[in-house]
Write a protein that binds this ligand. Sequence first.
Ligand SMILES: Cc1cc2nc3c(=O)[nH]c(=O)nc-3n(C[C@H](O)[C@H](O)[C@H](O)COP(=O)(O)OP(=O)(O)OC[C@H]3O[C@@H](n4cnc5c(N)ncnc54)[C@H](O)[C@@H]3O)c2cc1C
Length: 453
Amino acid sequence: MSTAFWLDNFGIPVSLFEADERVGGVINTTLKDGFLIEHGPSTLQGRTNELLETIDAAGLKDEVLYANDIQKYRYILKRGKPVPIPLSPVSFATTNLFSLSAKLRLLGEPFIKPSGETDESVADFVIRRLGKEILDYAVAPFVGGIYAGDPEKISLRSTFPRLHALEREYGSVIGGMVKKMFDKSKSPRPKLFSFRNGLKTLPEKLANILGDKAETKSEVKNILPPNESASCYEVTVEKGGTTKIIKADSVVVSTPSFQTAKLIEPFSSDAVNDLRTIEYTPMAVVALGYKRKDIEHPLNGFGMLSPPCEPHKFLGSLWTSSIFIGRAPDGSVLLTNFIGGSRHPELTELEPEKLAELVHSSLEKLLGIRAKPILKEVYIQKKAIPQYTIGYHEKMNSLEEVERKYPGLYITGAFRGGVSVEDCIANGKATAVKISENFSKQNNVPLREAIDV
Ligand SMILES: Cc1cc2nc3c(=O)[nH]c(=O)nc-3n(C[C@H](O)[C@H](O)[C@H](O)COP(=O)(O)OP(=O)(O)OC[C@H]3O[C@@H](n4cnc5c(N)ncnc54)[C@H](O)[C@@H]3O)c2cc1C
């Protein structure tokens, strides 16, 4: 969507084909009984210029809804209680989230030599530099809650490139973070946000601007490379039982990797094999609404994450109505809970009603809930989040190779260059810029000012 939107903005003819009856992919929002519920992503960070530029160019600035300040408080579950994540050196020194020995262990981190390992798991890296307790009660809950992933399997360099770079550049994670904190040239801390009517506002608006250039219920069946008889790509699209063939100078394949593998079969067997081995974890989103008076906990924060070493079945719980205004009717609260991931994939096989019960029974004790939920909505995605596991980096080589071999072919999506919505938008815009540059060279026309990035 991002690529198509920007190409259109640059004045380049574009067609977008979406198999589903709606645009947005995993981004979707439902309004039910006064609760505004996200099926997938809930928040954007505003780390990249591309996201802000897209919002601006789409005329959505006035729809942006910033998170309440309370979102800076976050909790980790320990021995059956939500414990606040320390936000300052003083609160770190006094928190009972980590033992005294775990805290003292951190003092030695700057003296640990970088490892020669090129592709280390997140777990190995954290244990080596920061200790097992930091893995258990800080990093693993985060990896589970955000990536639905397993820190033993995911690659540090591919999933957290900035953390990987800190060790390489500064020789120390803590030292590097402290230096960056005092770096005057760094941009201000991004502010978490969504839109007044939820995240689906963004893809819907982009589709609206694209008009009939964005076709839904249109499944791409195959793509053929240029050959002696055809100088351009041929894309076969099926819509409502009829098939059409589109000829294009450039093709951007932005489907999930397992779909992309099928579509690029005529191009490269190596890339197909690599794409097929990218794992996706399943995830269920369980949205529960309660009367405020029935919950003892003040819900004064972003939410809580559950470490794998604690007995709870869910990965994390967002206190959605504390983060954003207008997410629940007056006197009610909305909690958005995540369950499954690589920790408990089998749970996503349960019936939605069972999943809601399971989450409710965990939250009941943790938050002091005295009544049944007044709203239950469950959304299950069998292939939710791509995992950048060890060896992922090498898999990307075959994609680069196929793109080099076939100029005009671009492969993008959450399995490449970052899973966040923001990364997808930034990579989408970068692709549009590359296509525009080629278009301008081939057609001998100047680049529009808008492409000035
Ligand atoms: C539960 C959950 C919570 C998340 N939370 C956050 C968050 O808070 N913040 C954040 O930044 N990120 C979050 N993410 C990650 C982020 O939402 C996704 O990684 C990102 O939106 C994926 O975008 P995508 O375009 O790559 O893929 P998708 O959204 O999967 O889009 C791919 C599209 O391709 C279409 N398609 C497939 N095959 C074909 C075909 N043959 N022809 C035509 N169309 C086809 C599909 O219908 C789909 O619409 C979350 C993800 C999940 C699952």
